[in-house]
Each structure stands twice: as structure tokens, then as C-alpha cells.
Design a protein around this ligand. Sequence first.
Ligand code: NHR
Length: 221
Amino acid sequence: MTDNNRVVVLLSGSGTTLQAILDQQSQYSYEVVGVLSNRPDAFGLERAGKAGVESLSLDHKLYPSRELFDLELMKHIDAYKPDLVVLAGYMRILSSAFVEHYQGKLINIHPSLLPKHKGLNTYQSALDAGDSEHGTSVHFVTEELDSGSVVMQAALEITPSDTAQTLEQRVKVMEHHLYPKAIDWIVSGRIALQDDVISLDKKPLGPQGYRIPETSIVTEK
Ligand code: NHR
């Protein structure tokens, strides 16, 4: 009851990230209590059902404005009394009222080593920039896209044979390990956000959060 481990996941699509979060739930201290989609046909809703998790879709196209849609979404999210709201392939920009309401309780995973490569097509951007590494970041969500405090990152070395496709595949594998761990560390209180500074076990982390190297991530379960 006082576990503070209730997680609501928002998605728009196939739900591969949700699946990773659900599959690792028993190894961690969080509990996914609800899944919401802005697209009624999102396969992620079926994944939730299979795992015995309540799910709901709200079609954003049926609302006259982003703000009104978000207010309705907030009502349904709040009914689950979440301790953390997790974006997992959620493709609607969230209004300022939404972001404020869940301030410090709303996270996303973005496929780059933030603050590098905000926005879309990060794999091609990293290749075009001649970067030697790429990766993924879990960050708190603020009104400005991809710009909230970074909690945790995982990086990999770009090899000469990498393409945008291979990079995407490799980064996705890392994401499926990184995100559940980040969720666990946040709900368990190991990670805390205060005045835009992230700390782990009360020790302040730098602007790129806690970094897990690729080697530790693939050998960990
Ligand atoms: N909202 C805020 N305020 N801040 C962030 O950092 C957010 C956010 C909402 C979603 C996720 C991000 C991603 O995972 C995310 C971060 C969609 C768009 C977008 O442009 C941008 C960033 C992200 C997701 N969406 C279009 C829109 O008009 C719609 C695109 C579509 O439906 O396909 O909302 O990449």
C-alpha cells in the first residue's frame, strides 16, 4: 500500500518497450497498473491485456484540442494513482498543463546520448556527425522536447559497418534493459530529482545521469 511503485505506461504503437517493462517486472519493485494509448489500434494494448494489466485507449482525433485531450488523459491516469508515468513510444507532444501536473513523475526514453541528437532520426544523425558512440537516455519530461534532466544513459561504440538500421537494433536492445532499471531506481527512491539535479543514493550525478556501459548491460539479465 505504501510501496510507491505504481507505474502507468503511455504508448501509441506496438509496445515493444512496454513488453520489456512487463517481462522484467518480477525482477524489480515496480508494478505496471495501467496502460493508455492515444491510438485505439495500438498493439501495446493487447500486450497489456495478455499480461493481465488494465488498458484503455483514448483517440486523440476525437478531441477538439491537444489541451482537452490531455485533460481527459490526465483524469484516466490519475484514477490509477500512479507514482510514475512512463512514456514508451508515446507519440503525442504533451501540453504544459500535463507536464506540470506530473512534474518529477513523468519520464521518457530517447535514443541518443542527450543532449546530443534531440528529435527524430537520431541514428542517422549520429552517423552523419561522425560520432564514435551512440546510445539512449532516460529523462524526466519537461515542456521542451527531449530536454528534461537525464536519469540514466547506456552507450555503445559505433563500428564502421553500422548503418542507421543496425544502430537502431543495437540501441533498442540496450533500451529494453535500461528502462526497467531506471523505472525501478526511481520508484524505489534510489534516484531522486531535486531542483533539476538527479541524485543516485543521495549522491548528485552529472548532467548525463548514471551511465551503464554496453558491456554491463548485455551481460546483465
Ligand atoms: N511532450 C513533452 N512536452 N516533452 C517531451 O520531451 C515529450 C513529449 C511527448 C512525447 C516522446 C518523444 C519521442 O519518444 C515525447 C517527449 C512525439 C513527438 C511529436 O512530434 C515528439 C517527441 C516525442 C514523440 N509528435 C507529433 C505531435 O503533433 C505527432 C507525431 C505522430 O503522431 O506520429 O504531437 O520521440
